[in-house]
Design a protein around this ligand. Structure first.
Ligand code: PLP
Length: 408
C-alpha cells in the first residue's frame, strides 16, 4: 500500500470519517478533495477572507492576489494566458456560458451548430434549448467505440456552421476524441471550437494552442478540487471571442461572469490544477496499470463481457464493462462494497439507460447491465483486487454459476 497521506494531525487512513468500504471507484462522478488542496484553501475562509473586488484595503488585495495566483495555475495547466480564464461555478456553468454566451455574437455569420450524441447533458441540453429557439443543430453519432471522427465532423459542416462543441474525453466510456484534428478543421474554416474538457483536464495532455481550442470548460471537483468551482477558457486574439454573459451584475471576470469570486474555492481549483500539472504523467501511468489490472482480473474470471469505449484511446482511469445475461438492476444492487456507476435506470433521476451507450449501438439490456469504474488518485492496488473479486463473484452468482471455492 502506498504511504498514507498526511492531513493535519490525521493520516489518510486514520481519518475517522473514511470507511474502507465501500471502495470508491466513481471518480468520474466526482473526486475526493486532495488534502493538499484543502490545506491551501483553509486560510482563505478565516484569514484572507476579503472580497477580491475590494480595492481599498489589504483584505481585498490579499484575496485578489490569491485569485491571480490561482488563475495562473489554471492557465498553465492548459497552456492559456491568465487573461483568458473566466472563473465559474463549475463545469455545467462553463458549458452553458460557452454555448449560450457564445452563440448570440455569431448570429450574423450563420445559424448552424455541430455537437455529438455522446456529449454531457450540460452541453446537449443548452443546445437543444437553442435549437427550439431557431438554431440549426447537427448531432453527430459516435463510432461503436464512442469515437467522434474528424470525418464525421467535416461532413456535417455547412457554410452556415458557426460553432462546434466536442468533448475531449467522455465521462462514461472514457473515449478520447481527436480534439487537435477537429480543432485544426474548425480553425481553417473560421468556426468557433468549444471543448468540454472536464474529464480530460489533468488526465491527458491538453493545450489550447496546440489543439486550436477557442473555448474550454473545466471543473475542480473532477480533478481533486472542491465542488462548485470551474473555469471557462475564452481565447483572446483576433478576432476575439465575444461572449454574452449569463449573469449581469458587478462586472466581475471582465464582465463575462458577474458575482463575487469564491476565493477559497478558486484557490482550491488553482492548487488542484498545479498538482495536476506536476503529477499528471506519473499518475496517469499508475492509473493505466491499475485499470489494466482490473480489466484483466475481471476478464479472466467472467466470460461474455463487453468493453465499452475505445480499447486504447481512453482515459487511463476509466473502465466500462457490460455483462451479458445479467439483469442491470440486480447487478447494481449486488455492488454494495464497490461504489461504481451503473448503466441501470434506478441509479439516477433519469429513467433511460445511458444515452452514450445507446448512441454507440449498445442494446438496452447490455446498456443497463454495465458498470463504469472510475479509478483515481487515491485508488490502491488492494482496492482494485478487492473490486475485481467482488464484481466477478456478483456476476457469476447472478448468472447462476458456482462461485469459486474460496468464497466465504
Ligand atoms: C462532471 C461533468 C460536467 C459537469 O461539471 P460540474 O462541475 O459537475 O457542473 C460536464 N461535463 C462532463 C464531461 C463532466 O464529466
Amino acid at each position: 500500500m502506498s504511504a498514507p497521506l498526511r492531513w493535519s494531525r490525521f493520516t489518510w487512513r486514520e481519518c475517522p470519517d473514511v470507511p474502507n468500504l465501500p471502495i470508491y471507484l466513481d471518480n468520474h462522478a466526482t473526486t475526493r478533495v486532495d488534502p493538499r488542496v484543502v490545506e491551501a484553501m483553509l486560510p482563505h475562509f478565516t484569514m484572507t477572507y476579503g472580497n477580491a473586488a475590494s480595492v481599498s484595503h489589504r483584505f481585498g488585495w490579499e484575496a485578489a492576489e490569491a485569485v491571480d495566483r490561482s488563475r495562473e495555475q489554471i492557465a498553465r495547466l492548459i497552456g492559456a494566458e491568465v487573461q483568458e480564464i473566466i472563473l465559474t461555478s463549475g463545469g455545467t456553468e462553463s458549458n452553458n456560458l460557452a454555448i449560450k454566451g457564445g452563440l448570440p455574437g455569431l448570429k450574423s455569420r450563420g445559424n448552424h451548430v455541430v455537437t455529438a450524441a455522446t456529449e454531457h447533458k450540460s452541453v446537449l441540453d443548452p443546445l437543444k434549448r437553442l435549437a427550439r429557439e431557431g438554431w440549426e443543430l447537427t448531432v453527430v453519432p459516435p463510432a461503436p467505440d464512442g469515437l467522434i471522427s474528424v470525418e464525421s465532423i467535416a461532413n456535417s459542416l455547412t457554410g452556415r456552421t458557426v460553432l462546434v462543441s466536442i468533448m475531449a474525453a467522455n465521462n462514461e466510456v472514457g473515449t478520447l476524441n481527436p480534439i487537435a484534428a477537429i480543432g485544426r478543421l474548425c480553425r481553417a474554416r473560421g468556426i468557433l471550437f468549444h471543448v468540454d474538457a472536464i474529464q480530460a483536464v489533468g488526465k491527458v495532455p491538453l493545450d489550447v494552442n496546440d489543439d486550436s481550442i477557442d473555448l474550454l470548460s473545466l471543473s475542480a471537483h473532477k480533478i481533486y478540487g472542491p465542488k462548485g468551482v470551474g473555469a471557462l477558457f475564452v481565447r483572446r486574439g483576433d478576432p476575439p471571442v465575444r461572449l454574452v454573459p449569463l449573469f449581469d451584475g458587478g462586472g466581475h471576470e471582465r464582465g463575462f461572469r458577474s458575482g463575487t469570486v469564491a476565493v477559497p474555492l478558486v484557490v482550491g481549483l488553482g492548487e488542484a490544477a498545479a498538482l495536476a500539472s506536476l503529477e499528471r504523467a506519473e499518475e496517469s501511468a499508475r492509473l493505466l496499470a491499475l485499470r489494466e489490472r482490473l480489466h484483466a482480473a475481471i476478464a479472466g474470471r467472467v466470460p461474455a463481457i463487453r468493453l465499452n469505449g475505445h480499447p486504447t484511446l481512453r482515459l487511463p482511469g476509466n473502465l466500462n464493462l457490460s455483462f451479458a445475461d445479467v439483469d442491470g438492476e440486480a447487478l447494481m444492487m449486488a455492488m454494495r462494497d464497490v461504489a461504481v456507476s451503473s448503466g441501470s435506470a434506478c441509479t439516477s433521476a433519469n429513467p433511460e439507460p445511458s444515452h452514450v451507450l445507446r448512441a454507440m449501438g449498445v442494446d438496452e439490456a447490455m446498456a443497463r447491465a454495465s458498470l463504469r469504474f472510475g479509478l483515481g488518485r487515491f485508488t490502491t492496488a488492494e482496492e482494485i483486487d478487492f473490486a475485481a473479486d467482488a464484481v466477478a463473484r456478483a456476476v457469476m452468482r447472478l448468472r447462476g454459476k458456482n462461485v469459486s471455492a474460496d468464497a466465504p
